[in-house]
Design a protein around this ligand. Structure first.
Ligand SMILES: Nc1nc2c(ncn2[C@@H]2O[C@H](COP(=O)(O)OP(=O)(O)O)[C@@H](O)[C@H]2O)c(=O)[nH]1
Ligand SMILES: [Mg+2]
Length: 257
């Protein structure tokens, strides 16, 4: 008897990268929810979890879920906490779809919004679609006032750099073609802004969504990350000055009705 030839699955249409650090409590629920959204919306989607050796065992837990979703669930293990931005870039390198997405592991970014973001990308031919808290229809729920102010300030400081109102969003889709080979300088939280500035993105759509703060686990945002953002901004302003102007075409798209 000969072994059956191994079927080579077609490449997925969308790869969603989820960076994780100590997200054990809800990661299984999130994975189930994302695959359910893929199934009900007929999206051939891949999920790439990039875990930084979480002390709470998130990586091992996800390893155990791989057989149920193979080959569409992929886990990347890194040796330690190396930063959200570099985790996303590592996930992009591992992902196999022409469209790459990013979302948090804590349900702040609703999996149910993924099909709409993908639809926008399909129908407008833009290079990236950003889920936005800060355009009409977008909202932040349950953040303490201080965190909301910090986030608004971070966005406003980036306004002169791109037309995007929520350039510090952690929820977006981008075409692989425009990020391939791109080097990021900051490994930290604001990977969306970094990619808007350093990738070959020429057109962007911003779509509102409702961000709901995590109900379990703790945020990995820290003073160190906030300070890192200032040095990232300094570098990106330098880049913008050297280029003189941003050439990104911009549009807003309403949420699904
Ligand atoms: N792999 C990896 N993931 C990280 C790191 N820092 C944060 N994350 C993940 O990135 C996402 C965003 O972090 P989160 O704590 O939710 O930040 P917040 O939403 O701004 O409060 C979550 O899924 C975290 O688990 C890191 O250093 N490495
Ligand atoms: Mg979060």
């Amino acid at each position: 008897m000969t072994a059956a030839p191994t079927a080579t699955p077609l490449a997925p249409e969308l790869s969603v990268v989820v960076p994780t650090y100590n997200e054990r409590t809800r990661i299984a629920e999130l994975i189930a929810s994302i695959f359910e959204v893929f199934r009900t919306h007929a999206v051939d989607g891949e999920l790439v979890i990039v875990d930084d050796n979480s002390p709470d065992g998130t990586g091992d837990l996800v390893d155990g879920l791989v057989p149920a979703h193979a080959p569409r669930l992929v886990v990347v293990h890194r040796t330690g906490k190396l930063g959200l931005g570099s985790a996303v870039m590592k996930g992009f390198l591992t992902a196999s779809a022409p469209v790459l997405g990013v979302m948090d592991a804590d349900f702040s970014h609703p999996p149910s919004a993924l099909p709409h973001l993908l639809e926008v990308l399909r129908h407008t031919r833009v290079d990236a679609v950003i889920g936005s808290r800060y355009i009409e229809g977008g909202e932040v729920q349950n953040w303490p006032f201080s965190r909301l102010m910090l986030s608004r300030l971070a966005c406003i400081l980036a306004w002169p750099l791109t037309p995007v109102r929520d350039a510090t969003s952690g929820f977006f889709l981008i075409r692989r073609l425009v990020v391939e080979g791109v080097d990021i300088q900051s490994g930290g939280f604001k990977i969306c802004l970094e990619l808007l500035m350093r990738s070959r993105v020429q057109s962007v759509a911003e779509v509102p969504y409702v961000f709901v703060d995590r109900t379990v686990g703790t945020s990995k945002m820290s003073l160190r990350e906030a300070l890192g953002y200032f040095s990232q901004l300094r570098q990106l302003y330098g880049l913008a000055l050297a280029r003189r102007r941003s050439s990104i075409r911009y549009q807003r798209v309403p949420p699904p009705t």
